[in-house]
Write a protein that binds this ligand. Sequence first.
Ligand SMILES: Cc1cc2nc3c(=O)[nH]c(=O)nc-3n(C[C@H](O)[C@H](O)[C@H](O)COP(=O)(O)OP(=O)(O)OC[C@H]3O[C@@H](n4cnc5c(N)ncnc54)[C@H](O)[C@@H]3O)c2cc1C
Ligand code: SF4
Length: 487
Amino acid sequence: MGKPTGFLEIPNREISQDRNPLERINDFCDVHSPAKIDDLVKTQASRCMDCGVPFCTFSCPLGNIIPEFNDYVYKGDAVSAYKTLMKTNNFPEFTGRLCPALCESGCNLGIGFNPVTIKNIELSIVEQAFSDGLTKSFESPYMTGKSVAVIGSGPAGLAAAEQLTFAGHSVTVYEKQSKPGGLLRYGIPNFKLEKQIIDRRIDLMKSNGVKFQTGVNVGEDITFDEIAKRYDAVIISIGTQIHNELNIAGRESNNIYPALEYLNGAADEINDNFKDKVQGKNVLIIGGGDTGSDCLGTALRQKANHITTLQILHKPKDERDDYANPWPEYNRAYCESSSMEEGFATNKSEYLYTTTVSKFNKNSNGDLESVDLNEVIWTDGSFQIAENSFKTIPVDIAFLSLGFKGPKTDKLVQQLNLDLNERGNIDVDDTYKTSHKNVFACGDCSHGQSLIVWAIAEGRSAAANVDKFLMGETNLKIAVKPNQRGL
Ligand SMILES: Cc1cc2nc3c(=O)[nH]c(=O)nc-3n(C[C@H](O)[C@H](O)[C@H](O)COP(=O)(O)OP(=O)(O)OC[C@H]3O[C@@H](n4cnc5c(N)ncnc54)[C@H](O)[C@@H]3O)c2cc1C
Ligand code: SF4
C-alpha cells in the first residue's frame, strides 16, 4: 500500500474530463481524452486501501490484480504496473474503455465513499505502455508441434488464440468478416472504440505468431471437416449476432432496421449508408441497453431531429438500493452512457421508461410515419398495459435493439449438430468442451450475450483447457468456469 492515508486525504473520485459532448457529436472520434499515467491518475491510485480481502479482484471475471497495479501506479512504476495488468488481461485497452467496471462496483471504498477509479487506471497503464514501447512481441520459448483453429475473432477468440500461442501452439483464427475484432469492430461504434486501437492489437498478435484467415465463413466457405483434418483442436467463438425480432402490426413498414445493421452501416463519417435516412428525422430506438445507447450516439452524429428511446423497465434509482442490490453486487443505480449525456446536452433525446410499442404505422408509400405506444405496469416480474396510456408519436426510422438469440440457426452449429443448452447457446462441459470431439466453445456463443470482459475471461479459460487437453497439463490460468453467471 503506497499511501496509507490516501483514501482519507483524497475522498473524491476524479477522472480527466471527456471531450465536450456538444463538440464531440460532430465527429466519430473517441469521446474520451487520451489516457496516460499522469499526476491525477497517480493521486487516484493512492486512494486504494490494499484491502486484505480485495473485492475488486473477486468482482472482476479476469481476476485482475488491482491493488498491486494501483500501488505501482502510485509509486510511478509504469513497467511493473503493466506487467501486473497483463498477467490477467490480454486486452486492457478494450476493457479500460468499454467495461462497465464490475471491479468498481465491488471496491470496498464504495461503501460509504466513492470507489477507486480502477477502469481509468487500467486504461492509463496500457496506453502508457503502448506509448513507452513496452508492448513488445512475445516469442514462445518452444513450439509444441500442435495446432489449433479458432473460429471467430471477437474478444473471446482473440484471447484464446493469444493464450494458446503463448503456450507454444500454432494457432490460426478464422473470421468471416474482412477484418478481425468481432463486435469490437462490427458493432461498437468508433466513438467508443476507435478501430486503430483494434488494428494496433491485431498487429501485435500477428507479430507474436497468431495467424489470421479473414473473409472465411467456416461452414460455408470451408467445411468443418476440412478444418478438423488440419488441426488438433478447434475453439468455436462465433458470438450471437442474430437479433430478437418484434412481431407487431406494421413491422413490414419501410425504415425499420435491426440495430446491428444500422451500427455497421454507419461506422464513421466515410462509411455512412444511413446518413440521409437519419439526418433531420425523428428516430425511435426500441431497447435502452448498450446497443440502444450506441444507436443514440450514432443518430446524434448524423444530426437526427429527435430521438426517442423506449425502455420497458423502470428507470433505475439514482443511488444503489442497499437492500435489493447490495455491495459488492454490480451496482444497478442509474448511470448515463456517453451517448445519453450527449443526447441530454443537445436536448434532442428523450427516454421513455415503462413504455412499449404496440404498432408501427406507415404512409401510402409503405414508409414508417408513426408508432403507437403504451405505458406498462410491472407486477411480480410481469407487465400489463396501463389503462388510458395510449399515445402516438411521429417516427421516420426505427431501430430494434432487443437483444440477441443463441447461435441455434448458425450453419456451423447445425453442421456439427452441437448440443445446445436450455438458453439456446452451445452447451459445454466444465472444460469448455462441446458435444463434438476436439471442439471447444467460449464467449457469447456459449455464455450468451454478455460483456467483453466475460468474453476475454472465457477465451483465456477455454485456452487453458485446450492446452491441458493437448499436452496433459497446462501453465495457463483458468479465470472463470464455463457459463459462470455474471452480468
Ligand atoms: C452494439 C453493441 C455494443 C456493445 N457494447 C459493449 C460495451 O460497451 N461493453 C461491453 O463490455 N460489451 C459490449 N457489448 C457486448 C460485447 O461486444 C460482446 O459480449 C463480445 O463482443 C462477445 O465476444 P465474442 O468473442 O464472444 O463474440 P463476437 O464479438 O460476437 O465475435 C464473434 C465473431 O465470430 C465471427 N463468426 C461468426 N460465425 C463465423 C463463422 N461461421 N466463421 C468464421 N467467423 C464467424 C463473427 O463474424 C464475429 O467476428 C456490446 C454488444 C453490442 C452488440
Ligand atoms: S477493493 Fe478498492 S480499495 Fe480495496 S484493494 Fe480493491 S481497489 Fe483498492
